[in-house]
Design a protein around this ligand. Structure first.
Ligand code: SAM
Ligand code: TMP
Ligand code: ZN
Length: 416
């Protein structure tokens, strides 16, 4: 097994929001594309990049220092299916209802979603008969959304495509994005596009993993090629102001290990809610974006890596069987940073057909359908999809009843 691969001297960069200086505080080593599940014949040909995390000294935005080209990540075969979790299906149905009862309740409203994936949110909007358009560059998932009757454009949302949408469909009351804004380094183009598209009193609503939760839980696996930014209320407010918007609302969400839903409006149009001031004050009080806090987080990451690899090596030495559950994009960071391959974890089960019978990126652990889990049950299951713990443990109760135990590494390495 290879040693973990820190890449050398800390680097500096230029902020993708404000062009300020970005100071590195964490090195997660050389990494493959997190969602590129490969055939055995592709071993040796994988694209890799340095997963380095830094912070802008000017606007506080936490971001990657190296950018992976978007066409490599969001290609035709992009395997992530948003509808793969019952909890997330419910979450997005509720989200759609809140938008329909709120900013979309006027006459002939129009909503544009950036990164609609398989249509998990827009399905409800469509059923309500409301005008909508989903932007989705990844071909296979875009086709799934189209098959559900959702209006989809198989393209990247950016300034040019947004302007075309405005010319063709008129202004949007809502632009919405879930788990997509943080994937996009070219924020200037996005916010110019939102500016071109949004009605004068329209809102731009987006939700992404929250830096506060990532630091609290040491969930370093929220950091990978696709997660270019780790947002906080402070950094999103700075980004909004930089491009002529105000941050007018924030809402903490329990999904995906802790997220925040941000609402932006054109500068001066809406009064920020009390929740914005409260979250900003909380971030200040806990010094969330101080470099000392981020460096402490980085030290905790190293500790978790050592605890996890120590546990897995001990279990192997004792002759125990360990498999993993959930071939998440997040787990590419864990396996490649910690050096976890098929010698420590026999296989990973995952319900996504496009991932099954392939190998995980970089460390090449076989991916099998969930049915393989019980044939027979292993002694331990490493839960890579820890953000879906409740749902998975509920569906797999028989594993524990058969004497199995789960291994978690967020917020600490522990066996439950
Ligand atoms: N919104 C869904 C959810 O929350 O489950 C999908 C999230 S998925 C992690 C991110 C999606 O954004 C991918 O389907 C990807 O193809 C898409 N995407 C990436 N860049 C985009 C862009 N510039 N415009 C529109 N979609 C984009
Ligand atoms: P995510 O954390 O990025 O949403 O990815 C979750 C992964 O876990 C995805 O590949 C689907 C998989 N999964 C299962 O295999 N079984 C399940 O019950 C759930 C909820 C997810
Ligand atoms: Zn900046």
């Amino acid at each position: 097994m290879q040693a973990p691969t820190e890449t050398g001297q800390p680097r500096t960069g230029t902020c993708r929001v404000c062009a300020g200086p970005v100071v590195q505080f964490l090195d997660l080593g050389r990494q493959p594309l997190s969602d590129h599940f490969i055939e055995p014949g592709e071993i040796g040909t994988e694209f890799t990049y340095d997963l380095l995390v830094g912070q802008c000294s000017a606007c506080t935005m936490v971001q990657l220092l190296e950018e992976v080209p978007r066409e490599r990540m969001f290609a035709d075969a992009y395997p992530y299916r948003s509808s793969g979790s019952a909890v997330m299906r419910e979450h997005f149905e509720r989200t759609a209802r809140d938008l329909l009862d709120g900013p979309l309740r006027g006459t002939d409203p129009f909503v544009v979603e950036i990164g609609c994936n398989d249509g998990v949110m827009l399905g409800t909007v469509r059923a309500a008969g409301v005008r909508h358009l989903g932007f989705e560059p990844s071909g296979q998932v875009a086709r799934l959304a189209g098959d559900r009757g959702i209006t989809v454009r198989n393209a990247f949302f950016e300034a040019a495509t947004a302007a075309e949408t405005r010319a063709q469909h008129g202004p949007a009351d809502v632009v919405y994005a879930a788990n997509t804004m943080c994937h996009i380094p070219y924020v200037e183009s996005i916010l110019k596009g939102v500016d071109a598209l949004l009605a004068p009193d329209g809102v731009f609503v987006f939700e992404d993993p929250y830096l506060g939760d990532i630091v609290d839980k040491t969930s370093f696996d929220q950091i990978y090629d696709e997660h270019f930014f780790l947002f906080s209320a402070g950094s999103v407010r700075a980004m909004a102001r930089h491009f002529g918007f105000d941050l007018v609302d924030v809402q903490r969400l329990p999904v995906h290990g802790g997220e925040v839903r941000y609402t932006l409006a054109r500068a001066g149009v809406r009064e920020p809610s009390a929740a914005v001031g409260e979250l900003l004050a909380e971030e200040d009080a806990r010094r969330l974006t101080d470099l000392t806090t981020l460096r402490r987080f980085a030290a905790n990451v190293t500790r978790i890596r050592d605890d996890l690899t120590g546990l897995l090596r001990r279990l192997r030495a004792e002759g125990r069987r360990v498999v993993a559950y959930g071939a998440t994009a997040k787990s590419a960071t864990v396996t490649n940073f910690c050096g976890i391959g098929p010698d420590l974890v026999e296989f990973v089960c995952d319900s996504t057909p496009a991932k099954q019978h392939r190998l995980t990126p970089g460390r090449h652990i076989p991916v099998r359908p969930p049915a393989a889990f019980a044939e027979p049950y292993p002694d331990y299951a490493l839960l890579f999809a820890w953000n879906h713990a409740e749902e998975i443990m509920r569906n797999e109760q028989a594993f524990r009843q058969a004497g199995g135990a789960w291994i978690l590494y967020v917020p600490e390495v522990r066996v439950v």
